[in-house]
Design a protein. Structure first.
Length: 113
């Protein structure tokens, strides 16, 4: 059974930082491309960042230079380091195994102005 469990969300002031984690199980993690998506209230879900099995990363323009995606294959965990947070980053953040139907339940990030 594939499981993705996100953690690390919370309430932070604008300009602050958060680090999200996603622990994966039941899937060959080291061979999987992983991604973070987010969905803000009333908006469509959008891709935030992806990291390939080989560590190549890609980011949405809105988060480039502020967010960093990384992975630890020994821990089957993918991370999203978020700096210089803005109120428009407020959303539920989801971890995914790219190209599959597997999604986590999400973690709420709220950035106050």
């Amino acid at each position: 059974q594939v499981k993705l469990v996100e953690s690390g969300g919370g309430l932070v002031q604008a300009g602050g930082s958060l680090r999200l984690s996603c622990a994966a199980s039941g899937y060959p993690f080291s061979r999987a491309a992983m991604g973070w998506h987010r969905q803000a209230p009333g908006k469509q879900r959008e891709l935030v960042a992806v990291i390939s099995a080989g560590g190549i990363t890609n980011y949405a323009d809105s988060v480039k230079g502020r967010f960093t995606i990384s992975r630890d294959n020994a821990k089957n965990t993918v991370y999203l380091e978020m700096n210089s947070l803005k109120p428009e980053d407020t959303a539920v953040y989801y971890c995914t195994i790219t190209g599959t139907v597997y999604w986590g339940r999400g973690t709420q990030v709220t950035v106050s102005s």
